[in-house]
Design a protein around this ligand. Structure first.
Ligand code: ATP
Ligand code: MG
Length: 335
């Protein structure tokens, strides 16, 4: 780890979970700093929900260990439960009750009473801007409003650590941004440590201070989004030309690139500063009498990081949010 001297809210030590012979989570280790937003990014079935479920004491650990604010998730379940809030991947509100009643029920479950309860409910409703809707039945809420209410409910008992499992799954991009704003506000205003799972690249990139990339139950890389992206070596330029082989050779000789790869008719160049490299490349081509058909410049995303580490995309071919929701619905029974 780097030179961090503060406290860790979550420590996972070779945490594993098997279902029969199948290893869903395979010796994951990480430390989440107090007050940070830490993300687990990975494709369907990577082991994100299973990891969060172990940390929040919902399912048992097969091997390894983990602590929340120093409390052991295997041995001190009650103490851990008092410290945490959870927002599940699957909706878990009571549709027939009003937003207020849902919050009230949850507060009582955690022993929050009287004026403290009233204040807590008012505070969380304000934070997610649902004061107007508080006395309406949840079945009249939009998907985004339900999500906001669930997040509000997750921290009503003033937890130290909040787990959000796919907080924006199935929501449209605009609502997703709104939720990000609330999560950031919550993190800033209450210094709450947040651990979230997501398979949305942008969500991990925009929201998380650090991201663990998880695939097949293993953490394959863990760092800040910036450093993960930088690890690819820089910007990616694609150049179409009538002589890709010759041009690639000439670009390599220029020595301003990290790598030059031929990809069919085009060339893929990785370089520290893409916008400065493009005119250089065009200059080289012109001098050699090679015609450049097009150039494109792309800053690497966490998706590119994932592809370079695993050879595949995070999003399964053709899998939509609806497929994802259906799939999760099938798994509902397991909690
Ligand atoms: N109760 C269970 N019994 C058997 N297998 C399970 C159980 N729960 C999870 N699994 C398997 O463990 C693997 C990890 O599942 P998990 O739900 O943790 O993935 P995930 O990363 O949260 O995926 P998603 O993005 O779809 O939510 C999957 O292959 C899943 O089928
Ligand atoms: Mg999941």
């Amino acid at each position: 780890m780097e030179d961090f001297t503060g406290k860790y809210s979550i420590i996972a030590n070779a945490l594993s979970r098997r279902f029969g012979n199948f290893t869903a989570v395979d010796k994951v280790s990480f430390k989440v700093k107090e007050g940070e937003i830490f993300g687990l990014l990975g494709p369907n079935g990577a082991g994100k929900t299973t990891t969060i479920s172990m940390l929040s004491t919902i399912i048992g650990i097969t091997s390894g260990s983990a602590t929340i604010n120093g409390k052991d998730v295997g041995k001190e379940k009650d103490a851990v439960r008092k410290l945490i809030g959870i927002v599940f991947q699957d909706p878990s509100l009571d549709d027939e009750l009003t937003g207020m009643e849902n919050l009230d029920f949850h507060a009582r479950l955690y022993g929050v009473k009287g004026k403290e309860k009233k204040d807590a409910i008012a505070k969380v409703l304000k934070l997610v801007e649902l004061e107007d809707k508080a006395n309406k039945q949840v079945k009249t809420y939009s998907g985004g409003m339900k999500r906001r209410l669930e997040i509000a409910r997750g921290f009503i008992h003033n937890p130290k650590v909040l787990f959000l499992d796919e907080p924006t799954i199935g929501l449209d991009p605009q609502t997703r941004r709104k939720i990000w704003d609330y999560v950031q506000k919550l993190n800033k205003e209450t210094k709450l440590t947040i651990m979230l799972t997501t398979h949305y690249i942008e969500e991990a990139d925009e929201l998380c201070s650090r991201v663990a990339i998880i695939d097949h139950g293993r953490i394959i890389k863990l760092d800040t989004p910036e450093r993960l992206k930088d690890s690819l070596g820089g910007d990616i330029i694609r150049i179409g030309s009538d002589a890709p082989g010759r041009l690639a050779e000439l670009i390599r000789k220029g020595k301003f690139t990290v790598s030059v790869k031929e990809r069919g008719d085009s060339i893929e160049v990785t370089t520290k500063n893409g916008s400065e490299a493009i005119p250089k490349i065009i200059g080289i081509a012109q001098k050699a009498g090679i015609e450049v058909a097009y150039t494109t410049l792309k800053r690497p995303t966490l998706e590119d990081v994932f592809i370079s580490l695993t050879g595949k995309e995070i999003r399964e071919e053709g899998a939509s949010d609806t497929d994802q929701l259906k799939r999760n619905f099938r798994f509902r029974g397991r909690r």
